[in-house]
Design a protein around this ligand. Structure first.
Ligand code: FAD
Length: 471
């Protein structure tokens, strides 16, 4: 099995130099031997076991500047940890320096302008909590513990994206510490090339210390999962495809396979039983939600129907306990131009075979407001897709991963011929290769390499799905 455990050697960093770094910081430095070293190098995906030489737990922008300068001057590999959720493990590095932003989590909401300023280590749970007090939100991912930073920089979609676009479409500006240790602001008026690249180009261009987002009136929504018997898979997928093609933008629903979680709201006879789950969110007028979801309820008889009025942050945190940190993950995803009958046949074959409580397949809609931004208006190129499918092998026990990964690989191999060449950058694993990165950015790749050359000519920021500086 592939794990990301690598060499454990660390470069000979002169302790006096590290001491000097520590003295320049308000945050702290954690190195091997420190009592918190192991917890500081533990991230969401338990498959990742990397041993950085230095972890800088930054307390603010000036710490980030010192850490970037330190990495460059000492020729160290550098990685950036926002929420630490990326399953590829790119937020950590072996033998280098980690810029850990997990202590920079503040969110400041401006209710008048309906904007929020969020620090680079905040999670969507932090963000949702702060904005919900004002009946506001911006498109996020579907798990509250995911970092705002990594998700937004790679694009970012979730329950609100058909209505309000990708997370990166709602970015108004970003403060960025660049490879040469400067702090710059990127927006449509200031450093517009950098702003273009940040919206989908990942962590390639600098350390984003804060993001400014546009918010929208989102308070209590009508949504939640509806579970159906697995035997209804094919019928439901065909229905779901047609339903989503005519659904208003306010309606989001992703299709998935899950074993019934052993939770009090699931009848005991359905625990660990494979089911279809369609996870709904209607973010228009609350009184219209029931009617919008009615066709899904009528498409087949639900086994468990949990959809109803729910505060948006509660919907966004509903799966946090199921997908808690410390599970073993390996994912494979693709963009899907249109959901073809052939792909429905593949889902119908493999979906019912989900091998664990946590392994799953999610089919996320990419339509509505996402498609109203042009392919070249930001780095995020795949604006003409109907879905992203993501087949994930997840288990509590490492020993069970081979079984989960066999299912995942066979499933993905069968789906891939019905998909686009590129994939969603935030669902990529470390070993997918440079051609896959290029395929993901399509016609935007060349412009990204030029912008990379301007802002990071020596590729200091390369622990990511890397965009290489133009030669
Ligand atoms: C359980 C789970 C659910 C998910 N659900 C969704 C979903 O619904 N929608 C969706 O779009 N994605 C989803 N994702 C994927 C998610 O978008 C990525 O994992 C994303 O990278 C997480 O951001 P992070 O800040 O936690 O990442 P980290 O692991 O901290 O960082 C990943 C990379 O992002 C870059 N980065 C992070 N912070 C910064 C920063 N401040 N400045 C510059 N670069 C930075 C770096 O290159 C870093 O290597 C999910 C992931 C998980 C594990």
């Amino acid at each position: 099995m592939t794990t990301t455990s690598r060499a454990t050697t660390t470069p000979n960093l002169d302790s006096a130099i590290v001491q000097k770094l520590q003295e320049s910081l308000r945050g702290d430095v954690v190195q091997p031997g420190h009592s918190e070293y192991d917890s500081a190098r533990t991230i969401y995906n338990a498959m990742i076991d990397k041993r950085p030489a230095v972890i800088v737990r930054c307390a603010g922008v000036s710490d980030v500047i010192h850490a970037v300068n330190f990495a460059r001057e000492n020729d160290l590999i550098l990685s950036i940890k926002g929420g630490g959720h990326n399953v590829s493990g790119s937020s950590l590095c072996d033998g280098g320096i980690v810029i850990d932003l997990s202590q920079m989590k503040s969110v400041r909401v401006d209710p008048k302008r309906q904007t929020a300023r969020v620090e680079g280590g905040a999670t969507w749970r932090d963000m949702d909590h702060a904005t919900h007090a004002f009946g506001l939100a911006t498109p996020a991912g579907i798990i509250g513990t995911t970092g705002v930073a990594g998700l937004t920089l790679g694009g970012g979609f979730g329950h609100l994206s058909r209505h309000y676009g990708l997370s990166c479409d709602n970015l108004l500006s970003a403060d960025v510490v660049t490879a040469d240790g400067r702090l710059v602001t990127a927006s449509k008026d200031e450093n517009p090339d950098l702003f273009w690249a940040l919206r989908g180009g990942g962590g390639n261009f600098g350390v984003v210390t804060s993001f400014e987002f546009q918010l929208h009136p989102v308070d209590t929504v009508y949504g939640g999962p509806i579970f159906y018997p697995i035997e209804e898979t094919e019928k439901l997928l065909r229905f779901y495809r047609d339903y989503m093609r005519q659904a208003p933008d306010e309606m989001s629903a992703f299709f998935s396979f899950h074993q019934g979680p052993p939770a009090p709201f699931i009848p005991e006879h359905l625990h660990f039983v494979p089911m279809v789950a369609i996870v709904t969110c209607y973010s228009g007028a609350l009184e219209d939600g029931e009617e919008a979801i009615r066709p899904l309820r009528a498409a087949a008889t639900p086994a468990v129907d949990l959809a109803g009025p729910i505060p948006y942050p509660a919907l966004n945190g509903m799966f946090d306990d199921l997908f808690s940190p410390g599970l073993y993950h390996y994912w494979k995803a693709d963009f899907v131009p249109e959901l073809k009958d052939e792909a429905i046949a593949v889902h119908t074959e493999y979906g019912p075979q989900i091998p664990s409580l946590h392994s799953t397949m999610h089919l996320y809609p990419q339509t509505g407001a996402i498609q109203r931004v042009g392919k070249d208006e930001s780095a995020y190129s795949y604006r003409d897709m109907e879905y992203v499918h993501n087949v994930v092998a997840v288990d509590m026990e490492e020993a069970n991963m081979p079984r989960n990964m066999t299912w995942m690989r066979e499933y993905w191999d069968a789906l891939h011929p019905h998909s686009a060449a590129g994939t969603y950058v935030n669902f990529m694993m470390e070993d997918e290769g440079q051609d896959r990165v290029k395929a993901t950015y399509r016609d935007n790749y060349d412009r990204l390499t030029q912008i990379k050359k301007t802002w990071d000519p020596d590729n200091l920021f390369k622990s990511n799905q890397n965009i290489r500086p133009k030669a």
